[in-house]
Design a protein around this ligand. Structure first.
Ligand code: BDP
Length: 336
């Protein structure tokens, strides 16, 4: 009788464990960009593959267009509180929580996209992803997505007011991402950095005169419609700031270690897909902006050198403590 009871108990336990392991967990993923944007497409691919590879145990619902969180900072804080599972954000606001991330987004750090990706896909990139969780931020860095290079865009009046050939933005108010390093960058050029404006509020902020312009890559400049409010794009390519897909550490406790591994690997597997979509979007966005008759200002190597020189103090101010990583990144650049 005793033996029968033990067997029955074991069976109940096994069944309970099995049902726990196969229980379905549904997470939400917050995305700033609209449907069809490269990062949104990649989020959706990530969600599709995670569901497939975990055989339905982990489901991720993607919400584009900032509907879950009005700003990327809000999304990050929801992850920390465990009220949101995932978000795809720019590495720039994440640096407010994990300062080490500034070391991979300093101005004029990379020679080109190939250099940037050799760093992000290599040991340094992984070290920085690990640093996100190790910093105690409550966030898990999963993978990077391409976001090209950022340049300034302003109204015609602001272009006349500044002296962009000499990297002089005196008197101009520029919307910057929520990252003290980015605000300081504008100050070094003589302007004022304005934060607290979400990427999808930039257009109206320019139109109402709250700011004279902003800075971003071709796809965001086009997709948000900002090129209509600020039709002068000065190609100084000051930063290459990658996108990051992050997971809430609290949410990660709701899945088995095996499924967490699947999530991590799957995120990495979607990088290539996003990069393909990015390349296509970068081209079409540029075409739309040029066709719209915007003023595209190319800078000479000498003029670019002025921007680089003026922004150089950021290396000491925000790169302090990360000199080794910065040196390693530069060393990788010797091959490009
Ligand atoms: C874009 C990023 C987006 C940021 C935005 C910004 O894709 O995640 O929200 O810049 O400037 O390039 O805030």
């Amino acid at each position: 009788m005793k033996k029968l009871f033990a067997v029955a108990l074991a069976l109940v336990l096994v069944l309970a464990l099995a049902s726990m392991a196969s229980a379905e967990v549904v997470f939400q993923l917050a995305e700033t960009h609209a449907e069809g944007y490269p990062t949104t497409l990649a989020d959706q691919e990530f969600a599709r593959l995670v569901e497939e590879r975990t055989e339905g145990r982990v489901k991720i619902e993607v919400y584009s267009g900032s509907v879950l969180a009005d700003s990327e900072n809000t999304a990050i804080e929801m992850l920390q509180a465990g009220t949101l599972g995932f978000t795809r954000v720019s590495a720039s606001p994440v640096a407010s929580y994990v300062p080490a991330l500034n070391a991979i987004q300093l101005p004029y750090l990379y020679k080109n996209a190939e250099h940037e990706w050799a760093v992000l896909d290599g040991e340094i990139g992984q070290t920085m992803l690990n640093a996100i969780q190790e910093s105690g931020s409550g966030l898990i860095g999963l993978c990077y997505y391409d976001s090209g290079a950022r340049s300034f865009y302003i109204t015609k009046a602001a272009y006349e007011k500044g002296n962009f050939a000499e990297a002089d933005l005196t008197g101009l108010k520029i919307r910057m991402q929520n990252n003290p390093m980015m605000v300081r960058m504008i100050e070094l050029l003589g302007g004022t950095g304005v934060t607290g404006i979400g990427a999808n509020e930039v257009y109206s902020s320019i139109q109402t005169g709250v700011v004279d312009g902003a800075e971003n890559n071709w796809p965001t400049y086009q997709n948000m419609g900002d090129y209509e409010a600020a039709p002068v794009y000065v190609l100084d390519y000051h930063t290459r700031v990658p996108e990051i897909l992050i997971m809430s550490e609290l949410a990660s406790m709701m899945v088995s270690p095996e499924d967490l591994e699947i999530i991590k690997q799957t995120a990495k597997d979607t990088e290539a897909y996003e990069k393909e979509q990015w390349a296509l979007k970068e081209q079409s966005a540029e075409q739309i902006i040029r066709d719209a008759g915007c003023t595209i200002v190319d800078l000479t190597p000498e003029q670019l050198a002025i921007y680089e020189e003026k922004m150089a103090p950021l290396y000491d101010e925000f790169g302090a403590g990360y000199e080794d990583i910065i040196e390693q990144i530069k060393a990788v650049g010797e091959n490009f």
